[in-house]
Design a binder for this molecule. Structure first.
Ligand code: OAD
Length: 252
């Protein structure tokens, strides 16, 4: 039975957090909101870009029809990230990897902020804004914030595109399978800062729940997954996750 609580940790969640060995965390755009990264469905330019909803400009069809427009949108989003830093939520999640014996972080975010906070081996379901790939030979290349955008593939000179999963495209090979295997094995699953509208990512907490895991959502708003979750901590990720930091220090 689900309980919607103020952002405070119940005894049951406390006990589960402190005793769990296998933990899975799924994050979405909300985890980066306190860094200043706009969410997709929160309005503004990240929801509608030059009159185009984000799922139109961020689509496989748009890559075929107007690759320069897709680049313009991703350049805008990369520019937004310049000067932004990981927030308390990213840092707290990074600490969890050393707290649990088996820890899997799965993100839908492409901003790289989890890695900048120190998270290792992050499963990036939707790719990375800091990588490009060739539209012809599919070679992948890292791009750095200070570097001008790479226009053509260094290997074959064909146009490159962001190495991000767009609407109408499949996820990177193996990424979802790894995440789904960890979801099926975990005891505790956190769903943090996602509207849970985009599948297959939103299916991971469902897999965890079906396999018997305790599922905890962290989000200031309800989502379609809220009813499935055992606990909904309704608040901002940075504020809510800080409670876990205190919990660990109290019990050391
Ligand atoms: P959305 O923009 O759909 O949802 C962001 C969620 O974060 C909402 O549920 C907000 O309530 C919540 N939120 C806002 N501020 C928060 C905060 N400070 N702390 C915690 N939660 C907060 O973003 P995603 O769910 O990530 O895919 O969207 C999923 C996918 O849709 C994205 O990865 C992207 C997009 O299309 C692709 O680009 C393929």
């Amino acid at each position: 039975m689900q309980s919607v609580t103020e952002p405070s940790i119940s005894d049951e969640l406390r006990q589960r957090y402190l005793s769990a060995s296998r933990v899975l965390v799924l994050t979405g755009a909300g985890v980066s909101a306190e860094s200043g990264v706009p969410t997709f469905r929160g309005g503004g330019n990240s929801s509608v870009w030059k009159g185009m909803p984000f799922d139109v400009i961020s689509s496989a069809r748009m890559v075929e029809r107007n690759l320069p427009a897709v680049w313009e949108w991703f350049d805008y989003r990369r520019d937004l990230l310049q000067g932004l830093s990981p927030n308390r939520a990213h840092h707290e999640i990074a600490k969890w990897q050393d707290h649990f014996s088996e820890f899997t972080l799965v993100t839908q975010n492409v901003d790289g902020l989890h890695q900048r906070a120190g998270s290792r081996d992050v499963i990036e379901l939707h790719g990375s804004i800091w990588r490009v790939r060739c539209t012809v030979c599919h070679a992948r290349f890292e791009i750095h914030p200070a570097q001008p955008r790479v226009e053509a593939c260094p290997d074959c000179s064909e146009p490159v595109r962001p190495d991000v999963v767009l609407f109408g495209e499949i996820l990177p090979a193996g990424a979802f399978e790894r995440a789904a295997a960890a979801a099926a094995e975990c005891e505790l699953c956190f769903v943090i800062g996602t509207s849970a509208l985009v599948y297959p990512a939103a299916g991971l907490p469902e897999i965890a729940h079906a396999a018997g895991a305790f599922v905890c959502e962290v989000n200031p708003e309800r989502t379609p997954l809220s009813d499935l979750c055992d606990v909904s901590l309704m608040g901002k990720a940075g504020e809510v996750l800080t409670l876990f930091s205190r919990l660990r220090s109290e019990t050391v």
